[in-house]
Design a protein around this ligand. Structure first.
Ligand code: SAM
Length: 264
C-alpha cells in the first residue's frame, strides 16, 4: 500500500512516530475505549495510534498542528472510521467547548518539548477531562509520580498529584519510534480527581507556594517561603518549617496554601 505521508519527520514539532505494533496495541488496550466515550488524540502525526483507535472505536477527534499532515490523515482515516480533524496548536483548543457538556478522554504521544504546557492546559479543563493516557519522556513520568523523599519529587509531581491520580503504565524504548528520541519514554495514566476530592481552595496560591518551596530545594520551608508564610501559617497547616520541600507530602502543601488563602 502506498503511504499518504511523504514529509520527513519535523524535529521542531517533536515528531517521533511510533512504529512498534506491540506498544501501539498496549496503548489502545490501556485506553480501552467504551461505547459513548469521546476520544481526543493530541498530535496524531501519521496515525500510528489514531487508526488502531478508530478501528476499535469508529469515531475520534484529533488535534494536529502540522499542516502537512492534515490532508494525508484525513484521507487515510476514511478506511478506518469517522475522524474529526482540528488543525490547531493544542494549547489554543478550548477542551471545555470541545466537550459540549460531556467529558473527554485524552490520548497522545506528546511532543516532548511541550509536554508540561499540554499537561497544565489539560488540568485547566480538568472538570471536562475524564482521563488522559500520554506518552512522555520517562524522566518526566518519574517526576510526575514521585513522592516525598525521592530525588525527583518536585513541583511537577506535587501540582499534578493534587489534581489527578497518576499511574505510570509501561516504559517504551527509543527503538519504538522513527526517528528514535535520545531518551527513554513511558506511558502514564492521569485521572483528574472529582471536584469534591480536591482540597486546594485557591489554585493560584497553591501554585505560588509550591513554586517557591521547590525554587530553592536545599532551603528549609521557613527560608524558601519567608515572603509568603509566617509561623502562624505553618502552625495552622501542621507543618514543621525546618523541613525541606522534598520531604513534605502533597497534602501538606495543600494545607499550607489553604491556610494562607484563608488569611489572604
Ligand atoms: N501520534 C503520532 C505517533 O505516535 O506516531 C505522532 C507523535 S509525535 C511524538 C507528536 C505529534 O504532535 C506530531 O504529529 C506533531 O506534529 C504534533 N504536534 C507538535 N506540536 C503540536 C501542537 N502544539 N499542537 C498539536 N499537535 C502538535
Amino acid at each position: 500500500m502506498t503511504s499518504h505521508f511523504s514529509e520527513p519527520p519535523k524535529k521542531r514539532l517533536g515528531q517521533h512516530f511510533l512504529h512498534d505494533a506491540g506498544i501501539i496495541a498496549n496503548i489502545v488496550h490501556a485506553v480501552d475505549p467504551q461505547p459513548g466515550d469521546r476520544l481526543v488524540e493530541i498530535g496524531p502525526g501519521q496515525g500510528a495510534i489514531t487508526f488502531p483507535l478508530l478501528d476499535r472505536h469508529r469515531e475520534l477527534t484529533v488535534i494536529e498542528f502540522d499542516r502537512d499532515l492534515i490532508a494525508p490523515l484525513t484521507h487515510a482515516a476514511q478506511a478506518h472510521g469517522t475522524l474529526h480533524v482540528i488543525h490547531s496548536d493544542v494549547l489554543k483548543v478550548d477542551f471545555t467547548a470541545l466537550a459540549e457538556g460531556g467529558t473527554l478522554r485524552l490520548v497522545g504521544n506528546l511532543p516532548y518539548n511541550l509536554s508540561s504546557p499540554i499537561l497544565f492546559h489539560a488540568l485547566d479543563h480538568a472538570t471536562v477531562v475524564r482521563d488522559m493516557h500520554f506518552m512522555l519522556q520517562k524522566e518526566v513520568v518519574d517526576r510526575m509520580a514521585a513522592g516525598p523523599g525521592s530525588k525527583v519529587y518536585g513541583r511537577l509531581g506535587v501540582m499534578l498529584q493534587a489534581y489527578c491520580r497518576v499511574t505510570p503504565l509501561f516504559d517504551v524504548p527509543p527503538a519504538a519510534f522513527h526517528p528514535p528520541p535520545k531518551v527513554d519514554s513511558a506511558v502514564v495514566r492521569l485521572v483528574p480527581r472529582p471536584a469534591a476530592e480536591i482540597a486546594v481552595r485557591d489554585r493560584a496560591m497553591f501554585s505560588h507556594v509550591v513554586r517557591d518551596a521547590f525554587g530553592q530545594r536545599r532551603k528549609t520551608l521557613r527560608n524558601a517561603l519567608s515572603k509568603v508564610c509566617d509561623a502562624d501559617a505553618f502552625a495552622a497547616a501542621g507543618i514543621e518549617p525546618s523541613l525541606r520541600a522534598e520531604q513534605v507530602p502533597v497534602e501538606a502543601f495543600v494545607a499550607l496554601a489553604n491556610a494562607l488563602a484563608g488569611t489572604a
